[in-house]
Design a protein around this ligand. Structure first.
Ligand code: NAP
Ligand code: F7E
Length: 343
C-alpha cells in the first residue's frame, strides 16, 4: 500500500521517531529515517516495534550542512519531520554550544536546504513546552510569551521562530508543534518518568536499589507519545501551515507520578521529611525506596507547565486516547514484563 508520500524523519532512533515511523508506515508512506553513525547499535526501539526493516535508514547529522543538502536532494521527500535534537535538559547545561548547534542551527540548516532544493517540501519542527520555562500565563497557549530556563529551551525557541520566519518569508509549508512532555515505554532511560517506572518496578521484583530523584515538586503536563505523533501528522496534512500546542491540559507533580507507580505496583508506602530530606519508606519492610539527591537539581528549574490544547482539538480534531493513569500503568507494566530492556 503506497500513497506516493515520502517522509524523511530526522532522529528516527529516538522515542518519537519510532512511533512516528510506525504511524506513517501504517498510512502507506515510504519512510526514510536518519541516524548518526555510532560505535554501537541504536535501533532498539524500531526493532522492538518490528519496523526496522521497513524503514530506509540514512546516515545524517544536523551538524553537517553538506550532508543535509545531499540527503534532502537525494531523497526529495514530500514531508520532513525534524525530530532530531540534543533533547535532555540537564545535558544542555553541560553542552550548551553543542546543544544550540544541533537544535537551533541544525534546524536552520534544514530550512535552508528546503528553501534551496525544493520549497514544496512540508516541514514539521519539534518545538517544546520547555520554551515557556518561567511561565507567563496559565495554561500556556500558542500566544504565550516564551521565557526558556535552559540552553535546551533557548535553542528550541530559536528553531521555533526560524520555522515561523521561513513560513512567512518564503511561503514554505512549515509547522511548529509545541509539544508538552510525552512519554511511553520507549522513553529514554534518563527522563524522569522512565527512571521512576523502571526503578520502582525493579524494587517490586526484588531489587535493593533506591530511586534517587531530584525536584519532586516539579509539575508537568504528561501525555502519551503515540497520541502526540499523530498530532504531528495532522499538522502537515491540513491545508494551512500553522503552529499548535499539543498537551493534555492537566498537570501532575513528579511526586504524583511516583505515587501512581507505587499504587499500580501495590507497594504500601509512606512519604517522610521535606525538601532534600524527603524520602519514601516501604511500609512492608521499613526500607527506604526513594530519596532526594540534590545532584539531580537543575541550575534553573521549570516549576510547572500546563498547556491549553483547544486550538488543535478544534481545528485538526486531535483527540488523545491515553489518560495519565493509563500512561503510567502502561509504563509500569512494560517494566515488569521487560526489566532488562534499556532504551
Ligand atoms: P530523543 O528520544 O532524545 O531522540 C532524539 C533523536 O535525535 C535521536 O534519534 C538522536 O540520535 C537524534 N540526534 C541527536 N543529535 C543529532 C544530530 N546532531 N544529528 C542528527 N540526529 C541527532 O527525543 P524524543 O523524545 O523522541 O523527542 C523528539 C523531538 O521532540 C526532539 O527534538 C525533542 O527535543 C522534541 N520534544 C520532545 C518532547 C518529549 O516530551 N519527548 C517534548 C517536546 C519536544 P542518537 O540516537 O544518535 O542520539
Ligand atoms: O524532567 C524533574 C526535573 O527530564 C521532568 C524532554 O523530553 O520534556 C522533557 O524535558 C521534571 C523536571 O523532562 C529528576 O527537574 C526530578 O522538572 O523528564 P525530564 P523535561 O526536563 O521536562 C520537554 C517537553 C522536552 O522538550 C525535553 O526534550 O522532572 N526531575 N528528578 C527529574 N528529571 C530527571 N530527568 N531525573 C530526575 O532524577
Amino acid at each position: 500500500m503506497s500513497n506516493n508520500k515520502k517522509a524523511l524523519i530526522t532522529g528516527v532512533t529516538g522515542q518519537d521517531g519510532a512511533y512516528l515511523s510506525q504511524l506513517l508506515l501504517s498510512k502507506g508512506y515510504e519512510v526514510y529515517g536518519t541516524a548518526r553513525r555510532g560505535a554501537s547499535e541504536k535501533f532498539s526501539r524500531l526493532e522492538y516495534l518490528g519496523i526496522k526493516n521497513k524503514i530506509n535508514i540514512i546516515d545524517f547529522d544536523l551538524l553537517e550542512i553538506s550532508n543535509i543538502n545531499k540527503v534532502v536532494d537525494k531523497i526529495r521527500p514530500t514531508e520532513i519531520y525534524n525530530l532530531a535534537a540534543q533533547s535532555f535538559v540537564p545535558t544542555s547545561f553541560d553542552l550548551p554550544i553543542l546543544t544550540s548547534d544541533i537544535n537551533a542551527m541544525g534546524t536552520l540548516r534544514l530550512l535552508e536546504a528546503i528553501l534551496h532544493i525544493d520549497k514544496n517540501i512540508k516541514f514539521y519542527q519539534a518545538s517544546t513546552s520547555e520554551m515557556f520555562g518561567k511561565v507567563k500565563k496559565i495554561p500556556q497557549d500558542e500566544e504565550t510569551l516564551l521565557h526558556p530556563r535552559s540552553p535546551y529551551g533557548v535553542s528550541k525557541a530559536f528553531a521555533h521562530y526560524a520555522t515561523i520566519n521561513y513560513r512567512e518569508s518564503y511561503d514554505i509549508f512549515a509547522c511548529s508543534g509545541i509539544l508538552f512532555n510525552h512519554e511511553s515505554p520507549l522513553r529514554g532511560h534518563e527522563f524522569v518518568t522512565k527512571k521512576i517506572a523502571k526503578t520502582l518496578s525493579k524494587i517490586k521484583l526484588g531489587s535493593d536499589e533506591i530511586l534517587s530523584i531530584g525536584n519532586v515538586d516539579a509539575k508537568r503536563d504528561w501525555g502519551y507519545a503515540g497520541d502526540y505523533v499523530n498530532a504531528m501528522w495532522l499538522m502537515l496534512n491540513h491545508n494551512i501551515a500553522d503552529d499548535y500546542i499539543v498537551s493534555m491540559g492537566i498537570n501532575n507533580s513528579v511526586k504524583d507520578f511516583i505515587n501512581q507507580c507505587l499504587k499500580i505496583l501495590n507497594i504500601d508506602y509512606e512519604w517522610q521529611g521535606e525538601g532534600v530530606n524527603a524520602k519514601v519508606l516501604n511500609k512492608h519492610n521499613n526500607k527506604v525506596i526513594v530519596k532526594v539527591d540534590p545532584k539531580f537539581f537543575r541550575p534553573a528549574e521549570v516549576d510547572s507547565l500546563i498547556g491549553d490544547p483547544s486550538k488543535i482539538k478544534k481545528i485538526l480534531k486531535w483527540q488523545p486516547e491515553y489518560t495519565f493513569d493509563k500512561l503510567v500503568a502502561e509504563m509500569v507494566n512494560f517494566e515488569l514484563d521487560h526489566p532488562n530492556i534499556i532504551f
